[in-house]
Write a protein that binds this ligand. Structure first.
Ligand code: AMP
Length: 217
């Protein structure tokens, strides 16, 4: 099964992709995580994209297409992938179709997580993760049981993403509506598009997603 999760920043694509990976074995490919790793490792690509990401703009299509093309070749992608954050433009969607076709593969489902933009700003600006184990928390909705101590690994160091401030979030939302929403119609025309209410609780969204993708597992 090859699945694409679509939706604006903060809609829960990453959280749900991790859950599907754990439950069903397909690999989560998060282009945002891949780019953040380039920045953390101080690579030449990392230096090139830092300002673009901090401004909430999209990284160039040719860079993104090459990144995914290389990643999808790795053996762990053989059982299928969950694309989280890619494609984000029509050019990326076209390139992905060509890449998969060449391998005799196809997209099983594209699931759009439908959410309310304003709620996303609160969701995103309050989120942070444990530096040690990566467990996610939120200032309002999901605090650790002991303040400042990770429930999972007892770590005490936490970080926020550089692009999770309100100004950048608004730019990321704008980029989503201008450049990414056209691909919803693109996949609608191919009859692979489904939608799930992303405003429901995390477990409810997982349950609905499992129902939608059930036939493809
Ligand atoms: P995300 O973690 O998916 O919210 O992505 C964080 C940032 O990485 C985005 O705001 C973009 O700057 C960049 N990015 C991630 N995926 C893509 C993509 N497919 N195309 C262009 N830029 C991307």
């Amino acid at each position: 099964m090859n699945l694409i999760l679509l939706g604006p920043p903060g809609c829960g694509k990453g959280t749900q992709a991790k859950r599907i990976e754990e439950a069903h074995g397909q690999v989560q490919l998060s282009t945002g995580d891949m780019l953040r790793a380039e920045i953390a490792e101080k690579t030449a690509l990392g230096a090139k994209i830092t300002d673009i990401m901090n401004a909430g703009q999209l990284v160039a299509d040719d860079i993104m297409i090459e990144l995914i093309a290389k990643r999808i070749e790795k053996p762990d992608c053989k059982n299928g992938v969950i694309l989280d954050g890619f494609p984000r433009t029509l050019a990326q969607a076209d390139a992905l179709s060509a890449m998969l076709e060449e391998k005799g593969l196809k997209i099983s489902h594209v699931v759009e997580l439908k959410v309310d933009d304003d709620a996303m700003v609160t969701r995103i600006t309050g989120r942070y993760t444990c530096d040690h184990c990566g467990q996610g928390y939120h200032d309002e909705f999901n605090k650790p049981s002991i303040d400042g101590v990770c429930d999972t690994c007892s770590g005490t160091e936490f970080s926020r993403r550089a692009d999770d401030n309100e100004e950048t979030v608004r730019s990321r939302m704008m980029a989503y509506h201008e450049q990414t929403t056209p691909i919803i119609a693109y996949y609608g025309d191919k009859n692979v598009l489904r939608s799930v209410d992303g405003m429901a609780g995390i477990d409810q969204v997982t349950a609905e997603l499992n129902e939608v993708i059930g036939g493809a597992l």
